[in-house]
Design a binder for this molecule. Structure first.
Ligand code: NAD
Length: 326
């Protein structure tokens, strides 16, 4: 019999071998459950030493019934399905997984930007419809010499910045109230206020988190400040952009086009107005995904658990006060 039992509360991946391989190193067996209610979580995790969760509700009741759990690890960054205060009160470490997607999301932002600049989706639709119109009613502009504006300058934006260095852009502008200008200048970008970024950028890519202060930070007033040739890319969270203002700006030619991976609401409703428009490239919150990033997500979520079960700290801890007390 294995030394530890680790329960995965809800499933969604094709194979759980990555978790099994990580946890075998600390002699833990993996039990796959398919919980959708808190009661089911409570039942499945009663005698678990560790829990890995995706979206199942790991609430205070379920946590209260855990007899010997030492760690709850979440696939991904957000831990809103876990009652953190309840886990903390019980001395259970809560861990998450970050930084597994920087390459993918920055690639995706770049792919959306290039698709908009080169009008890949609309031309694809035209060719399939039998049209062959090289000249074009829709102008395409050269990338070299243009200005890119990055809203938020964290891990993904910095990775994107590194990738666009070969494009011969004139300038990269950054708006991030929490990153000092002295850190931005040596990276080859200029720290500016949001209005200046919106005014001067040819391409705007959003990489800030969703908070009370970023909700609808791009609305009607902000679209008015943008160039009519501007391209907006959003791979952060849908609600950073007011959806009605986005639709109006695209429809009325206030901006040229947009590349959108994230929505409000998400997934978008069947009658989402953006679907009517030709000057928008849409993807399904797929920015984070590649075979490699998914594997990393599974391995790192399991490694968090293996580390705690072997008496060490997880890679990413959400409630470090529990570790300090141990
Ligand atoms: P990060 O925490 O490394 O960086 C976020 C940056 O935003 C920080 O530098 C922070 O200072 C800045 N910021 C905070 N408030 C701001 C504000 N009001 N205005 C401007 N900047 C502000 O995060 P990251 O890993 O770079 O991820 C960025 C966002 O990408 C995440 O918050 C998440 O919403 C999104 N994301 C999307 C996908 C996807 O699949 N599309 C995947 C992962 C992450």
């Amino acid at each position: 019999m294995a030394k530890f039992k680790v329960v995965i509360t809800d499933l969604g991946y094709q194979s759980y071998q990555p978790e099994k391989d990580e946890l075998a190193k600390v002699d833990a067996e993996v039990v796959l459950a398919e919980c959708s209610t808190e009661q089911e979580v409570a039942q499945a995790c009663k005698d678990a030493d560790g829990v890995i969760t995706r979206a199942a509700p790991v609430g205070a009741d379920a946590i209260g019934q855990m007899e010997k759990c030492r760690v709850i690890s979440r696939y991904g960054v957000g831990v809103d399905n876990v009652d953190i205060p309840a886990a903390t009160a019980k001395g259970i470490v809560v861990a998450n997984v970050r930084d597994y997607y920087n390459e993918e999301v920055s690639d995706h932002a770049l792919a959306l930007l290039l698709a908009c600049v080169r009008r890949i989706s609309s031309r694809d639709r035209q060719v399939r419809a039998g049209m062959w119109d090289i000249g074009a009613k829709e102008p395409i502009y050269r990338i070299a010499g243009k200005t890119l504006g990055l809203i938020g300058y964290g891990a993904i934006a910095r990775t994107l910045h590194r990738k666009v260095k070969g494009f011969n852009l004139a300038e990269v502008l950054v708006y991030d109230p929490y990153v000092p200008a002295e850190q931005i200048a040596p990276a080859g970008a200029k720290s500016v206020e949001l209005d200046e970024l919106l005014n001067r950028s040819d391409y705007i890519s959003i990489h800030a988190p969703l908070t009370d202060s970023t909700r609808h930070m791009i609305g009607e007033k902000q679209f008015e400040m943008m160039k009519p040739t501007a391209i907006l890319v959003n791979t952060s969270r849908g609600p950073l952009v007011d959806p009605d203002a986005l639709y109006n700006a695209l429809k009325n030619g206030q901006i040229a086009s947009a590349g959108i991976d994230v929505y409000e609401p998400e997934p978008p409703q069947k009658d989402c107005k953006l679907f009517e428009l030709d000057n928008v490239v849409l993807t399904d919150h797929a920015g984070w995904y590649s075979e490699e990033s998914q594997l990393a997500l599974q391995q790192l979520a399991a490694r968090n658990v293996a580390l705690v079960l072997s008496g060490r700290e997880p890679l990413y801890c959400v409630n470090p006060e529990v570790i300090k007390k141990q």
